[in-house]
Write a new protein. Structure first.
Lengths: 88, 178
């Protein structure tokens, strides 16, 4: 059983790890946190499992069209793609 | 902006100016390899580094990068899976098997495949219930491999908001899988 606090921190760290600004010192901090408790590792594993699985999702339509200055973005219905019947 | 930049063969006196992607890539290559190996992708590190290059070359938006290193590392991280420990040889074999069963459509274990598809459906449903900016931020990061800064610029909000959106979306994914 993972506590709410551990889960929240695991999600925060994993999200930051993929932010584009993750540094060597952040990785050290993560490894220290993981080594500190089995519950921490369990929480991080849960978050990583969800993250890894979400990597199999695919969108057939653009997720968010890049904004063009001076033009409003037209949306033809729901611009959501699908993956093997999983509508996104 | 870009149009006003003097672009010619003799730009700044250099007959062959190395483009930004190539320069950033070559500078960060060794660090990228170390980064990927530390994340438990020992054998795949070289392949992933190569894929990073190809993927970014296709994307062709190096001129918009504020932090080239950050883009390279995020792309590399998104190509690999997230794991906090190094995989043993046996674990790698098991993972490969699981991954191929999942992607083959009819793997050796149809039940496991159905389960994986079922979980993906749960994830998709959970994400579709989220507010649009939250869903978009998550998918742009996880699927398109954009950095938080790039998504912030695209959606016109702060990187702090992007972090919050993605945390919320990931949280929803974790909860639906429990």
């Amino acid at each position: 059983m993972t506590s709410e606090l551990s889960m929240r921190y695991a999600v925060r760290l994993l999200t930051r790890r993929h932010s584009g600004t993750w540094r060597e010192s952040d990785e050290t901090e993560l490894q220290q946190w993981l080594a500190a408790s089995g519950e921490h590792r369990e929480a991080y594993d849960k978050a990583a499992r969800a993250w890894n699985l979400a990597g199999s999702l695919q969108t057939a339509a653009p997720i968010a069209p890049a904004a063009t200055p001076g033009s409003s973005v037209k949306r033809a219905g729901r611009s959501r793609g699908s993956y093997r019947g999983c509508s996104l | 902006m870009i149009k006003s930049m003097p672009v010619s063969a003799s730009w700044q006196g250099n007959p062959h100016p190395m483009d930004r992607l190539t320069r950033s890539f070559m500078e960060a290559r060794d660090d990228l390899l170390r980064f990927l190996k530390r994340r438990g992708r020992q054998s795949a590190a070289e392949d992933i580094v190569q894929t990073v290059w190809v993927k970014l070359r296709e994307r062709d938006d190096a001129h918009t990068w504020q932090e080239p290193r950050a883009v390279l590392f995020t792309t590399a991280a998104n190509l690999g899976t997230d794991t906090h420990r190094r995989e043993t040889v046996a674990e790698r074999a098991a993972l490969r098997e699981a991954a191929s069963a999942q992607s083959a459509g009819s793997g050796p274990d149809p039940e496991a495949h159905a389960d994986a598809v079922g979980q993906l459906e749960l994830l998709a449903a959970a994400l579709n219930k989220l507010p649009e900016p939250c869903r978009q931020a998550f998918l742009l990061n996880r699927i398109e491999g954009l950095t938080h800064a790039q998504i912030a610029a695209r959606l016109g909000v702060s990187t702090k908001t992007i972090q919050r959106h993605i945390e919320r979306a990931l949280r929803a994914c974790v909860e639906v899988l429990e």
